[in-house]
Design a protein around this ligand. Sequence first.
Ligand code: HEM
Ligand code: HEM
Length: 184
Amino acid sequence: MSQARGYSAVAMIFHWTIAVLVILNWRLAENAEHASREQAMAIFADHKAIGITILVLTLGRLAWRLTHKWPPLPSNYAGWEKMLARTTHVIFYILLVGLPLGGWLANSFNGREVEYFGLFTIPALPVGENEGLADSIYDVHSLGGQIIIYLVALHILGALKHTFIDKDGGIARMLPFGRVGKAQ
Ligand code: HEM
Ligand code: HEM
C-alpha cells in the first residue's frame, strides 16, 4: 500500500532550513569555546543573528502548521513510537522558540543589541540590565542547546529505524522522493 506523501514542500523547506541552522549554530557556539576573545565575539555575533533567524522561521513554521493540513504519524507505528516521536517534536518546538528567546533575553540583560549580519540592529528587550540574571539564563540556554542536540540524535535514530529496519517511512517522509509507507 502506498501512502500519500504527507509533508508539504513548505513544511519540508522549513524543516531542513531550520535543521541546518540549528546544527550550524550549535557548532558555532562550541567552536567559540576554543577561540580567542576577538574570534569568540565574532562567532557569537553570527550565533546570535542565526539564532534570531531560527526564531523567526520557527514562528512562521508553527503558524503554517496551525493553518494547514498536517499528516498524522503512520498508523502502523507502535503506540510507544508515536508517543516518543510526538514528545520529541513538542520538545523541539519548545526549544526552537525558547533557546533563541532566552538568548535574546540574556543578551538584553547584558545591555546588548543583536547586530543582524551588519544589515540592521535588533534592539534589546526592554528589561533593564542584570548581569547575574543574564549569566543564569545563559546557563539554562547552554543546557537547552545540549539537550536539543541529544534530541536530534534520538530523532535521527528514529528516522533510521523506520527507513532501514521497519522500512515503513522514515526519512522519505520528510523528503520529496523515496518510498513512503509499508512495503508489501
Ligand atoms: C536540528 C535538527 C532537526 C530538528 C530541530 C527537527 C525537527 C523536527 C520536527 C519538529 C518534526 C515534526 C514535524 C511536525 O510534525 O511538526 C520533524 C519531523 C521529521 N524529521 Fe526532523 N528535525 C531535525 C533534523 C532531522 C534529520 C537530520 C532528519 C533525518 C535523519 C530528520 C527527519 C525527520 C523526519 C523523517 C520527520 C517526519 C516524521 C514523521 O512524521 O514520520 N530530521 N523534525
Ligand atoms: C535556536 C537557536 C540557538 C541555539 C540552538 C543555541 C545554542 C547554544 C549552545 C549549544 C550554547 C552553549 C555552548 C557551550 O556551552 O558550549 C550557546 C551559548 C550561547 N548562546 Fe546560543 N543558541 C541559540 C540562539 C541564541 C541567541 C538568539 C542568542 C543571543 C541573542 C544566543 C547567545 C548565546 C551566547 C552569548 C552563548 C554563550 C553563553 C555563555 O556565556 O556561556 N544564542 N547557544
